[in-house]
Design a protein around this ligand. Sequence first.
Ligand code: ADP
Length: 463
Amino acid sequence: MKISLMKKLSIAILIAILGSIALTSFISNYTVSQKFKEYLIDEHKSKENDAIKIIEDLYAKQNNFTNTNKDEIQRYAELQKLYIEVRDLNDTTLYSSGNDYLKQNNHMGNMMMGSMMKNFSGMNLGEYTENKYPLSINNKNVGTIIIGYFGTSYLSSGSVTFMSTLNHSFLLSAVIALVFGLLISIVISKGISKPIINITKTANIMRAGNLEVRSIVNTNTKEIDELSNSINYLAETLNDQEMLRKRMTSDIAHELRTPLTTLKTHIEAFIDGIWEPTPERFESFYEEIERLTKLVDNLRNLAKLEQTNLNLNKSEVNISNELEKIIDSFKPLYIKENYELNEIIEPEITTILDKDKFKQIVTNLLSNSYRYLKENGRVTVTLKKENQNIIIKVIDTGIGIPEKDLPYIFERFYRSDLSRNKNTGGSGIGLTITKAFVEAHGGKISAHSKENEGTTFTICFPA
Ligand code: ADP
């Protein structure tokens, strides 16, 4: 069975409150009772001691007990609700306070005590008890004092009221704490569950296919705020991916359609006898087929690249020299088009990497720059070491990349409309492969660009 977060939190808070009230009242009740009992026993002991002292004083004055004025003992016995009897050595009763008043009072006392005081164990509450004490004068035993009492005589009505008030206040504070706890638990659990419910609603809308919704929650709980941000980030990423997926399908269709249409119309013309099949025409067929093959090869390579961890064949490479060599190999191409290709290369920079992959990385970037240059264009390649990083930049003065396309150029088959219009023959996966190679070396690649001004690609390898 699933319970809602709000119910769960409220129940947990209430249980915690009830538990702590029960525990506190039990502990305080127990300790107070214990102390109270000790206090009452001491009180009773001192009552008995006082009675003994009075009797001994009276006895000592007359040296016997027969003609003594026993009013004082009688008053004391009645006041303290004690039964007092004095016997001589022959066990003959010399004085007895009589116990009628004890019986009368006892009934009331028992009622007042109620069940609450039953835990005063060891005090014989409600039962009649007698204690015997020697009557000694000048250290000589002359008789026995018997002091009797009902257990209730321990308790004055004040003490009973005290204990009952204590228990009532525990009960009252329990009720107040419970009401407060209930209110607080509702406020806290609402504060937590409401934004979570909102986020869940947003996630459900996304699940239904609407990736434009965003979760807006008003919360000061850090984790919930983070959850909301993550959901929004997820929606944004999914939205982008969805857009890229759609674009990619139409891009691939476009890439395939162009050569296929050319081939189809040409062959139709042959069949209809409109066109003579000349070697030049077969040559253009071959080029189209070549383009298709390249596209399929690229697709296969990309699939391989994504499936497996790249196997790098690493060795120590002098990348200053390596970069010079690659740039030199591009120079004839550039010169032919009247382009400029410059280099600013820090000498003797060496690092450990896969030489072939490094070559492909630079080649891809230089081919792109060449492809997207404008008339009298210029490309500059720089290499330097900076804070334990090797930084390579390829800076061109080409057509640039529109701002809206810049975040996606490393995605598979993504091509800016500018490059599409230029009909360069690219297929939009060169940069995807380049990025995969750079990252396999633990490096990073980024692009900055301004439309119609040029583009800079920066690669950063850890040295
Ligand atoms: P392509 O085969 O189309 O060149 P890439 O993956 O190499 O594919 O590049 C993706 C897209 O990035 C290109 O289609 C182009 O729009 C843009 N691009 C890459 N390099 C440059 C550059 N140097 N100048 C302008 N645009 C570039």
